[in-house]
Write a protein that binds this ligand. Structure first.
Ligand code: 5GP
Length: 209
């Protein structure tokens, strides 16, 4: 018996360098899910290899601020000198479509989502050690040293905010972390408040056949 699955909003956060994007990609490769990634908007300049409309929508400060005024973000925040935000209309469409919508955002934005959409599932991806973060950020080599130091000090603060999340997943190994996230998502779909109504409807339809 298969219930009609409702849309689900999944928020993934974690400090810079924790490997969120890698875990998310591993998650998206798993079968029998209909994950959709919500592409964020940012005023940060594209890194080498990043594509507009795939990794982010890259816009100017003016464009971003005009969208804030128009109330077009589900959430937004400033992070190390740039704006980042989730376009509202796209997320609404995807959820209505029954998708499992994944946002990959920092903590301030995640708390805004929690306030606006209490049904969202908030997952914090944490590093096994702080040194692991430092090594990964340095190895990535996409930012100058002062930005890396700023990201690391931000990471310290972010770790203390993990308490506001529903789940914490330690990224000791990408496949393991993705597996645990998948288990969380399965359990969340089975929550009575999400699935009981659909189940009762199904029972009724079966009886009327
Ligand atoms: P990066 O510059 O490394 O791509 O992203 C910096 C931080 O901004 C990361 O923690 C990333 O998850 C977060 N971020 C990306 N998109 C959004 C968004 O739409 N909203 C918020 N609040 N944070 C975002």
């Amino acid at each position: 018996m298969k219930l009609n699955q409702q849309g689900l909003l999944i928020v993934l956060s974690g400090p810079s360098g924790v490997g969120k994007a890698t875990v998310r990609k591993a998650l998206f490769e798993m079968d029998d899910h209909n994950f959709t990634y919500s592409i964020s908007m940012t005023t940060r300049k594209p890194r080498e290899g990043e594509v507009d409309g795939v990794d982010y929508y890259f816009v100017s400060e003016e464009e971003f601020e005009s969208r804030i005024k128009q109330g077009r973000f589900l959430e937004f925040a400033r992070f190390v000198g740039n704006y980042y935000g989730t376009p509202m209309d796209e997320v609404e469409k995807m959820i209505a479509n029954g998708d499992e919508v994944v946002l990959e955002i920092e903590v301030e934005g995640a708390m805004q989502v929690k306030a606006k959409m209490p049904d969202a599932v908030l997952i914090f991806i944490a590093p096994p050690t702080f040194n692991a973060l430092k090594t990964r950020l340095l190895r990535r080599g996409t930012e100058p040293e002062e930005i890396i130091m700023e990201r690391l000090s931000k990471a310290h603060r972010e770790l203390t905010l993990a308490a506001g999340y529903d789940y914490i997943v330690i990224n000791d190994d990408v496949e393991n972390a993705a597996d645990r996230i998948k288990a969380i998502i399965r359990a969340e779909h089975a929550r009575c408040r999400r699935s009981l109504k659909g189940y009762l409807q199904l029972l009724e339809e079966n009886e009327n056949e």
